[in-house]
Unconditional design. Structure first.
Length: 110
């Protein structure tokens, strides 16, 4: 897959991130460590791609999103107080699209 992206004149890789990967939180150790690893890998891959290709590599922390999985994790939370997937997708499309051309190695927060 990466070979195909490297052949593209404008390709983008976007990793999903979370604030707990940058700031530890009690009882979230394994999840936080996995997100910290994602951030590190994103930065490493961005450096490698920037040196030899036009592939942009970034990450996005969408924040809380009203999904079925979140509802299971936080059953008492009012879903109207959390961003809908429709609102969050706009940030994804911007980072993946041509308007963010030249931006790589960045961690975005929604």
């Amino acid at each position: 897959c990466l070979n195909l992206l490297m052949q593209s004149p404008d390709a983008s890789v976007l990793f999903s991130s979370d604030a707990v990967g940058r700031h530890g939180k009690a009882y979230w150790g394994a999840y936080g460590a996995s997100k910290a690893a994602v951030e590190n890998f994103m930065q490493t891959l961005a450096d490698e791609m920037e040196a030899n290709t036009r592939v942009r590599v970034n990450s996005l922390d969408p924040g809380p999103v009203a999904t079925g999985l979140r509802n299971l994790a936080y059953p008492g939370e009012n879903p109207q107080n959390v961003a809908s997937p429709d609102k969050v997708v706009r940030s994804h499309l911007y980072i993946l699209g041509p308007d963010s051309k030249g931006i790589t190695g960045q961690q975005f927060e929604n």
